[in-house]
Write a protein that binds this ligand. Structure first.
Ligand code: B3K
Ligand code: ZN
Length: 852
């Protein structure tokens, strides 16, 4: 398959100012009649070319008369069309047979759509590109008993009964939109209804539509929706623009959710939550995704993307917005820690591997492969750096100008940066390199103190590593929040933002009368790797005294990492400094328990591996477990006290209660790691007594990693209790796939034959196979059986759902970081996949790039 290149962008030959769609809905067969009004936008004489995929073409007409047309592959070419003509097509599609979950498909008994990025062409013939904006009217008819509810974008304008037990509904969306934002839903759904009054006094009817039995689980999502609407008014001045806003939850969904205009469609895992079935992390994810999709109404819908190379224009910005929103709802420090942990877990490895790409890529084979942590999360970091450099008010001036200039348009990343520049009178020319260059910059920081002069010299250097297709890189502006603390007095001498512009820079601090300790990249002000060569003592000092909570967390992580890497290199390490630092953190009465829980967590095995030239999964596992055991045993008293102190009588959903629950399970896991005799009994007790999923799943996770006899019983009890609840059974699969036990590979293979396992539900697949692929020890067993199993799964899923199959490929692409024996086995599996017949272009792209 040939790549699409950014430099080849050309404006569309034809525009489609309006489209009328008529759906005769049925799961086995749906008829789609569409009438486009077209307008020539390019050279005279060019025929009208419409994208299509998997459509059975029944009729083509121009102004009502049979048309002169041809099919070129999937493309429909209509000759003799003039500006203002009406072009009608009729096609048949088969929703029930649509296993890709792109276009119109069936999930449970519900018919729903997913069009981003290029799914609309699987519904009807259309110029399927985001810079063609149209006004939509939609008419749907369907069997009333099977599909009593009929929803589409915009406002409802008509409905009624038809003969033969059928009915119809009409919807009208006044805002021109690209076809990737089209949506319809038909099903037996009920709504949690509410209202929101906007800042200008308009009332918006809100509905969250789910299967009737799920209605009680929609309250948290509704509260989050209303909070998001108010927040976007307050923080960005953005008001909602239609009279209705609907959300529908479905069980089969490739992604988290989709921001279709006025009709968001969600993976049910990001809507449904109640204390018995959802953890605190699930509650947070629900609120975060509801906010994210709502925020897209402006950053994505009112201002959309010119082409898919600009994807980060809406995704990076919208992730940044949802991160800000979530930070405002609870602990900003904990939110930042979680976001950075996710960035390092997924985006850093992506940026360091064969699939590295800039946040604005230059080419793709399949755009679905570019909904990546780089586009989303690094994209958000790049927006955040502008926010940091311009300040909150300057940034807001920039977004106001951006929305004002581009409302109703399909814009580019360049337009966003230009608005920031123009609104603030600044020059961001070099900053634009962040859009163009891939790879995580490495910053080296060294601090020298001249005692006699009372002066400190901070030398900063940057290197951006080569990535595929980009051998040499230019230095980029790197905003680093820096502070210096006195070694003896603890006094803070400096606290400022330094923007490292070139390859190297020296910064001088005067009036420093004692040896300073460097705190750098506070708040993670830039998405970089910092090498600062600080002693264990300095890191311990910062972990206890830095006034920036993120920097405190970071110092502890670095201290743990240095200790672990030392242990891996030398076979043993002095765990003393880590133990002391953890002791101080645990005993600091001024700290928020939620923060403590994050701060004392060990870096993941995969993250430790990312710091090594050659990953040794077994050595990492052994070193990490040994340090956990030391901490657990040496601090047993403290863990016990904390465990007792964080036990609640009744479930409550509040930041304080969440923090307590988090710390409680962390304490339990350290007690277990330290070998406390009663740890398994405590876990079982927590599991049995829990009145909420956070405590129950926390206890289960601790048991599942252990050899305790309570393990099997807890797994069985969990399964029995939640049998039939798909979202919770996903947890049952994933907790086993993520286990650190040596038998995990065998367990996962057996679970793949469990009657509840299916390749066709993306959540279930991610729970078991995605979990396994992320489990470093389990995937990389030396005999290569983990690789073979994963490759078998990729091949099997590819037949059904290429987009989801392709997401399982990246772990195999890490072969360059492993010993020759493992690397050969990984490459052999990648080659075996590549040799398969009828490989999708999704998997082809990921596998061929991974082989390099
Ligand atoms: N915009 C959608 C992404 C859908 C991607 C499908 N390949 C979700 C989101 O980012 O909000
Ligand atoms: Zn998004």
């Amino acid at each position: 398959p040939a790549p699409t290149r950014r430099e080849d962008y050309r404006p569309p030959e034809w525009l489609v100012p309006s489209i009328d769609l008529d759906f005769d809905l049925g799961a086995e067969r749906t008829l789609v009649r569409s009438r486009l009004t077209v307008e020539r936008n390019g050279a005279e004489g060019a025929p009208l070319r419409l994208d299509g995929e998997n459509l059975t073409l029944l009729d083509v007409r121009v102004n009502g008369a049979p048309a002169d047309y041809a099919l070129d592959g999937d493309m429909l070419i209509v000759e003799g069309v003039n500006s203002g003509d009406s072009v009608e097509t009729t096609v048949a599609i088969q929703p029930a047979a649509n296993t890709q979950l792109m276009g119109l498909y069936a999930s449970g008994g519900i018919l729903c759509t997913q069009c981003e990025a290029e799914g609309f062409r699987r519904i009807t013939f259309f110029p399927d590109r985001p810079d063609v904006l149209s006004r939509y009217t939609v008419r749907m008819s369907a069997d009333k008993a099977l599909y009593p509810v009929l929803l589409a974008n915009g406002d409802p304008v008509g409905s009624g009964d038809l003969e033969g037990g059928r009915h119809y509904a009409e919807w009208n969306d006044p805002y021109p939109k690209p076809c990737y934002l089209f949506a319809l839903v038909a099903g037996d759904l009920q709504a949690n209804r509410d209202r929101f009054v906007t800042q200008s006094g308009r009332t918006v009817d809100l509905g969250i539509w789910v299967r009737p039995e799920d209605l009680p689980k929609t309250h948290h999502a509704m509260a989050a929706l209303k909070a998001s609407m108010a927040w976007d008014e307050k923080v960005y001045g953005r008001e909602y623009d239609l009279d209705v806003f609907n959300i529908v939850a479905v069980s089969d969904f490739n992604f988290g959710a989709m921001e279709n205009k006025g009709l968001n469609i969600f993976n049910s895992r990001y809507i449904l939550a109640d204390p018995d079935t959802a953890t605190d992390a699930d509650y947070d994810a629900v609120a975060g995704v509801v906010a994210h999709e709502y925020f897209h109404n402006w950053s994505g819908n009112r201002v959309t993307c010119r082409d898919w190379f600009q994807l980060s224009l809406k995704e990076g910005f919208t992730v940044f917005r949802d991160q800000q929103f979530s930070a405002d709802q609870g602990s900003a420090a904990v939110k930042r820690i979680e976001d950075v942990r996710a960035l390092r877990a997924i985006q850093f490895p992506e940026d360091a591997g064969p699939l590295a790409h800039p946040i604005r890529p230059e080419s793709y084979i399949e755009i679905s492969n570019f909904y990546t942590a780089t586009i989303y999360d690094k994209g958000a970091e790049i927006i955040r750096m502008m926010h940091t450099m311009l300040g909150g008010e300057g940034f807001r001036r920039g977004t106001d100008l951006y929305f004002e200039r581009h409302d109703g348009e399909a814009a580019t990343c360049e337009d966003f940066v230009k608005a920031m520049e123009d609104a603030n009178g600044v020059d961001l020319s070099r900053f634009r390199l962040w859009y163009a260059q891939a790879g995580t910059p490495r910053i080296t920081a060294s601090l020298r103190h001249d005692d006699a002069a009372g002066r400190a010299h901070l030398t900063l250097e940057q290197a951006v590593p080569p990535t595929p297709g980009q051998d040499s890189k230019q230095p980029m502006p790197v905003p680093l929040k820096v502070a210096l603390f006195g070694d003896l007095t603890g006094e803070k001498y400096a606290d400022r933002l330094i923007v490292l512009e070139g390859v190297a820079q020296e910064v001088i601090f005067d009036g420093i009368g004692e040896r300073p300790i460097l705190s750098i990249n506070r708040d993670f002000s830039a998405p970089v790797i910092v090498e600062a060569d600080r002693s264990a003592g300095d890191l311990a000092f910062l972990s206890a005294n830095d006034d920036n909570p993120f920097a405190r967390y970071e110092a502890m992580q670095q201290l743990m990492l240095d200790t672990l890497l030392g242990a891996i290199r030398n076979g043993a390490a002095d765990s003393g400094p880590v133990t002391e630092a953890v002791r101080r953190t645990l005993s600091d009465p001024n700290l928020d328990p939620a923060f403590i829980a994050e701060a004392v967590l060990m870096p993941s095995e995969a993250f430790i591996g990312d710091q090594m030239e050659m990953v040794d999964p077994n050595a990492i596992h052994i070193a990490r477990e040994a340090l956990r055991a030391d901490l657990g045993a040496d601090l047993e008293r403290l863990w016990r006290d904390l465990y007792a102190a964080t036990t609640a009588n009744r479930f409550e959903y509040s930041p304080a209660a969440k923090g307590a629950r988090r710390l409680r399970t962390v304490a339990l896991s350290y007690l277990m790691a330290g070998g406390a005799e009663d740890a398994a009994a405590l876990a079982r007790q927590q599991f049995d007594a829990a009145d909420n999923m956070t405590d129950r799943q926390g206890a289960l996770g601790v048991l599942v990693n252990s050899d305790a006899p309570e393990r099997e019983a807890a797994l069985a009890a969990f399964y029995d209790r939640y049998r039939g609840n798909a979202l919770v059974i996903d947890k049952w699969f994933s907790v086993q796939a993520l286990s650190t036990r040596p038998d995990t590979g065998a367990v996962v293979k057996a679970l793949a034959d469990h009657p509840d396992f299916t390749l066709s539900n993306p959540n279930r697949l991610r729970a078991l196979i995605g979990g396994f692929a992320a489990n470093q020890c389990a995937l990389h067993v030396a005999d290569g059986s983990g690789y073979r199993f994963l490759a078998d799964m990729i091949l099997a899923v590819d037949k059904l759902n290429p987009q989801t199959a392709a997401r399982l490929v990246p772990p195999l692409g890490r072969w360059r970081r492993f010993d020759a024996d493992r690397a050969d086995k990984m490459k052999a599996e990648l080659s075996r996949i590549l040799a398969a017949d009828d490989l999708s272009k999704d998997v082809f792209e990921q596998v061929s790039k991974s082989l390099g």
